[in-house]
Design a protein around this ligand. Sequence first.
Ligand SMILES: [Zn+2]
Length: 271
Amino acid sequence: MNNMPNHRNYAYLTSPEIAAMPNKENVVIIQPMGAIEQHGAHLPLIVDAQISIGVLARALGKLDRSVPAYALPPLFYGKSNEHNSFVGTISMRTPTMLAILTDIAESIYRAGFRKLALMNSHGGQPQILEIIARDLHEKYSDFCIFPLFTWRVPNVAKDLLSAKELELGIHGGDAETSLMLSLLPDQVKMELAVTEYPYGLPEHSLLSMEGANPFAWTMRDLSKSGVLGDARSATREKGDLMLDSLVIGWTQLITDIYKFEQPKAYGNHLL
Ligand SMILES: [Zn+2]
């Protein structure tokens, strides 16, 4: 479940090792995040957390030794209230998430680190990461925070999935199911996989599910099974290709964070 390389595992460090660490302001600390929420009958609750952990563990394994980066213990739970009507989902409220992420980030800052990447694979909470990143950077102007979504690095999903699937297959569909066939095949029940697309979407309208002008929804508005997408088309081969490309993308992204310098139009404006 959590196979971070030992030398990249923050929780395996000692306090004196952290105190003596050189160039701490550029060391990349990464918080893998997910959710424990329903993904239909064919996928386990852990999907989003497993994707963050699986991609990050492999990326850290490939990362050049000269780039200092450590994974924090994964944050399995997320804000998943769009799935509350499907039994088994565990959801944190927005204030809880804000409090937990603030406490983790301020602990990292107190330890002398200045670069924190939030690596999230759950589509229901990027907004929370963006708010917390902005608020923390405003409070600590030398703290670089990166609110990131696992799938937004360059990857081959766009080449392997249909246009319809790319737009609407956002939960337990081809992408997530294929990736789980690669990451945790023993926990995927392909015999229970379904294909289900959202019901009743507005047509000839500026409004859409996830587009420029969205409407608020919960999963029971859109899906009977809890799946949105074509899980039956998923294959391990596609999952392996997606995983490889995500790992390459994340290896580069972590390196870019290490090299990153916060823009300072007004000089060093620490107040
Ligand atoms: Zn998911």
